[in-house]
Design a protein around this ligand. Structure first.
Ligand code: 5GP
Length: 116
């Protein structure tokens, strides 16, 4: 069994966070250390540690995460100008929390996709 992270506590509302959307399968909340004017994390409610652990059974929730991201981008008023969806995996990807999450970042021009 994979170990729970702080994100499980956020899903269960055991620790405070700025939740912008939640349903039976996903939760979205503002990143504690925003890297852009809008920086929201969208996560599955069940624990998947990394993208490497995704199985075919997760395909529905992963697709739903994108639908929710698009809805939140509209709510945040950044849909037309655009935004970026990012999922980091393991050490080279810079993953720090081992409960998969999609970063929704936008609100200004984000520059090149990767730092050199
Ligand atoms: P990663 O580097 O794993 O892709 O991203 C983890 C993200 O989670 C970081 O952007 C970090 O700021 C955010 N984060 C870590 N702990 C917390 C927390 O307790 N609350 C919130 N809202 N965000 C967190």
């Amino acid at each position: 069994m994979a170990e729970e992270t702080i994100f499980s506590k956020i899903i269960r509302r055991e620790i405070p966070s700025d939740i912008v959307y939640q349903d039976d399968s996903v939760t979205a909340f503002r990143d504690i250390s925003p890297q852009a004017p809008t920086h929201i994390l969208i996560i599955p409610n069940h624990l998947i540690p990394t993208v490497n652990d995704v199985t075919p059974e997760d395909e529905q929730v992963l697709g739903h995460m994108i639908t929710v991201a698009a809805k939140i981008a509209q709510q945040e008023g950044i849909a037309d100008d655009g935004y970026r969806l990012i999922m980091n995996c393991n050490r080279h990807g810079g993953q720090e929390v081992f409960h998969i999450h999609m970063h929704l970042v936008g609100g200004h021009h984000l520059g090149p996709m990767l730092a050199k």
